[in-house]
Design a protein around this ligand. Structure first.
Ligand code: HSE
Length: 432
């Protein structure tokens, strides 16, 4: 029986320093919970001489991964380097050497999760990745354990803290996109390359992880429809509010008899829906199960200590397994083939903002475009805003397929009365 657990920490950035802080400040509680102390023995960094505000002794910092992997006293590797190739190699090498891994790496888990989980099983090691999705919200464990007996048919919500922070600051504090992004970066919410956040890639990776786990299948990045927040046009946030909606960067994964659809895009959420009130870097995820019904999980989706809380939660789980000698005994193989729906099988309501010529008969002409494609309109309003010498028309459809929406967009762009299709959004959070 081990009398202590020793950790090799790979990376000492926003998350790594948070992990060290929690392990240090909560050491007595953790030791009580596990029955043995948990210690960081070595830390992999790029520059050992960099000044760091930490209680860890300077001599445990190293630039040599081999030194950590070969160290027989190290029981568990915690990977918080981020990025892809270096981190993936480090995880693979750790698992092959028989050391369990805790990672916060959504890039690697979205791209190679199944392969790595299999490698972990082959080597009788644990591979935990709670912090890869939802910052401090225990979502992975909820899907793997709490909701394990249910059939999940949908997961929707906000899974990127940075974009939610930016949208909140733009809406409520009238900050510019650039100011809000800079603030999110300074607070440690944004990725090293924040285009992953604002272009929806980070959220797409998280939806790949969640959908694969929830639907017991193998969703790939190329299966996800992604639209970034740069598609949000000037005036859209205010316009949404006037119609009783809030724009949120949302992820959604839905499964029915026709197949699976996974998307990340800016959507219109009714102001009365709880997602509309999820602000700043907070995330909120709805999970719908056949038996449980609707559940909602809310919490900080980014930041040092919230993310580190998920990492240390995994450390505790891995330590328990190490102490019991039962690590690497989990079934991860997907049960189902991933069948992605075509655009004509994905249904939603759509909001269209169209700049049109201010002429007699335009409304009739545009309404005809919608009816030509079998789309019924819920709302048609000529808005006071004027763009490019025209007026803005707002059309909100009843439920139509994505294919109908695309066909309508295409025809509108070729309609002489239309100056420009300014923006469009799927409406999320309303029942059929
Ligand atoms: N950049 C990520 C976000 C960090 O803003 O959600 C947490 O995964």
């Amino acid at each position: 029986m081990k009398n202590e657990i020793n950790i090799g920490l790979l990376g000492f950035g926003v998350v790594g320093s948070g992990v060290a802080k929690i392990l240090h400040e909560h050491r007595d509680d953790l030791s009580h919970k596990l029955g043995v102390p948990v210690k960081i023995n070595k830390v992999l960094v790029k520059d050992v001489n960099k000044k760091r505000n930490t209680d860890l002794s300077a001599d445990i910092f190293t630039t040599d991964l081999d030194e950590i992997i070969a160290d027989p006293t190290i029981d568990l590797i915690v990977e918080v380097i981020g990025g892809t190739s270096e981190a993936k190699q480090a995880i693979e090498r750790s698992l092959r050497s028989g050391k369990g891994v805790v990672t916060a790496n959504k890039d690697v888990m979205a791209q190679s999760g199944l392969e790595l989980l299999q490698l972990a099983d082959e080597n009788r090691c644990d591979l935990f990745y709670e912090a890869s999705v939802g910052g401090g919200i225990p979502l992975i464990r909820t899907l793997e354990d709490g909701l394990a007996s249910d059939r999940i048919h949908a997961i929707t919500g906000i899974v990127n803290g940075t974009t939610n922070f930016i949208l909140t600051k733009m809406k409520h504090e009238k900050k510019t996109y650039e100011e809000a992004l800079q603030e999110a970066t300074e607070l440690g919410f944004a990725e090293a390359d924040p285009s992953a956040d604002v272009d929806g890639i980070d959220a797409a990776r998280k939806m790949v992880i969640l959908a694969s786990l929830a639907f017991s299948t193998d969703v790939r990045m190329e299966d996800v429809f992604v639209r970034g927040m740069k598609e949000i046009r000037k005036g859209d946030l205010e316009l949404a509010d006037q119609f009783g909606y809030t724009i949120k960067m949302a992820g959604s994964a839905k499964k029915d008899e026709a197949g699976i659809e996974v998307a990340v895009e800016p959507v219109f959420v009714p102001n009365s829906h709880p997602l509309a009130s999820v602000n700043n870097e907070f995330n909120a995820v709805y999970v719908y199960g056949d038996a449980v019904g609707e559940t909602m999980f809310y919490g900080p989706g980014a930041g040092s200590l919230p993310t580190a809380t998920s990492v240390t939660g995994d450390i505790v789980a891995a330590c328990r397994n190490l102490l019991l000698g039962v690590n690497g005994k989990r079934l991860h193989a997907p049960q189902f083939k991933c069948k992605i729906k075509s655009d004509s099988q994905k249904y939603a309501r759509y909001f269209h903002r169209i700049s049109v010529k201010d002429e007699v008969g335009v409304l009739t002409r545009l309404s005809a475009v919608y009816s030509n494609h079998g789309a019924s309109l819920a709302t048609v309003i000529q808005h006071a805003d004027r763009n490019n010498g025209g007026v803005d028309l707002i059309m909100i459809t009843h439920e139509i397929s994505r294919q109908q929406h695309l066909d309508i967009m295409n025809e509108l762009q070729n309609t002489p009365e239309v100056i420009e299709v300014l923006s469009f959004y799927r409406v999320e959070g309303e029942t059929r």
